[in-house]
Design a protein around this ligand. Structure first.
Ligand code: NAP
Length: 338
């Protein structure tokens, strides 16, 4: 059987490293190209020592034509804007693209400019690109050429909130989302806020009221439920490598106890292997290095709380990207994933 040939752009980064590990176990696909902007052409094992022996490739600054000669599907593990600069050229040459950046997640160019401070280089695809959260948008992903892989915080928020909104258990207004992420969520490039002495033994909020994942959460929930929710989103940086813990607080729209709300989530996700609805409280260690989203519900005073955990680099990025890849190519959705 001919294997699907995969290229990874931005191959020096964290999400790329995770993809290389995941594809090492994929029986129907092989990585055939890795890119970097560096002219030094480093060997993948020198960039990611943990993949030594798994893959014998060099990272190179490849053009779109060179990629088209070597790959069927491209994973863009690039920062926002850098991705949308490349995606049209890749699609024009017949490759499928799974974009891990935020470039194709929002509905319109105006919102992109408002939150990302840049003019979108490929505005016509906004609002038409499927959002790669298979549990909610699988039918739109099947047959697509381009998939917008979700943000990590949005995945951990949208998955527990959507069933409760769709079933009329919570109000779409005044939803508070409080999230904590490990440091790999910010990528590998050096930033003062991610230095060891800043992060170690520390726990801090950032982007209060201004984080770019808020419009993504609101627009994606609106796409699925038909109502634009109003969200306050507060992210925090935790001194751990990976993992996201998200707690949401919503006003009830009708009376229901925890048992009924958990049953709602269980029923909604009964056929989804990567969502584990549980009675107990979730924790990040239980989902580390997996594609699972663990979640539960609590009712405290007059608030419905959801508590959910993912690994930001797996279900929050590369695992979801691989899940989307499996859907695009008709492979069992859990191929190379747990
Ligand atoms: N980390 C997460 O948990 C996570 C979760 C969900 C989504 N994402 C998104 O996924 C994408 C990749 O994230 P990451 O964490 O892997 O980032 P990263 O570790 O910073 O890696 C990104 C790579 O892209 C290349 N790059 C940087 N600036 C570039 C530019 N202007 N033009 C072209 N290439 C450039 C760099 O490689 P070279 O310097 O070698 O060229 C860099 O190693 C981002 O858009 C991020 O927002 C990340």
């Amino acid at each position: 059987m001919t294997k699907t040939r995969v290229a990874i752009l931005g191959a020096t980064g964290y999400t790329a490293s995770e993809l290389i590990h995941l594809f090492a176990r994929h029986p129907y696909a092989e990585i055939t190209a890795l890119t970097t902007r560096s002219e030094d052409r480093p060997h993948v094992a020198d960039v990611h020592p943990s993949v030594r022996g798994l893959l014998d490739l060099y990272l190179e600054p490849l053009t779109d034509d060179e990629l088209a000669a070597r790959a069927d599907c491209v994973f863009c593990c690039l920062p926002h804007k850098a991705s949308a600069d490349r995606v049209p050229g890749l699609l024009d040459r017949g490759m499928k693209v799974i974009d891990l950046s935020a470039d194709y997640r929002l509905d319109d160019a105006q919102t992109f400019t408002e939150w990302y401070g840049e003019t979108h280089p490929d505005p016509d695809r906004l609002g038409k690109t499927p959002y790669g959260l298979p549990e909610l948008f699988r039918d739109k992903i099947v047959g697509a050429n381009l998939v917008a892989n979700p943000g990590c915080y949005p995945t951990s928020s949208i998955l527990p909130l959507t069933p409760l909104l769709l079933n009329g258990y919570i109000k779409p207004e005044d939803i508070i989302i409080d999230s904590k992420s490990g440091t790999s969520g910010a990528g590998k490039s050096l930033k003062p806020g991610n230095m060891y002495c800043t992060v170690n033994e520390n726990f801090q909020a950032y982007g209060v009221g201004t984080h770019r994942h808020r419009p993504e959460i609101e627009q994606v929930i609106a796409r699925k439920t038909g109502t634009l929710p109003s969200v306050i989103f507060t992210p925090h940086l935790v001194a751990m490598d990976r993992g996201i813990f998200t707690t949401t607080y919503s006003l009830p729209a009708k009376a229901a106890d925890e048992k009924e709300l958990i049953a709602c989530l269980r029923d909604f996700y009964k056929n989804e292997q990567f969502v584990r609805v549980m009675d107990a409280l979730p924790c990040v260690k239980a989902v580390a290095h997996t594609n699972f989203c663990d979640m539960t519900v609590r009712v405290v005073r007059n608030r419905v709380m959801t508590l959910s955990c993912i690994d930001n680099l797996v279900k929050g990025a590369s695992g979801a990207a691989l899940q989307n890849f499996n859907i695009l190519y008709g492979y069992p959705e859990n191929t190379a994933l747990i």
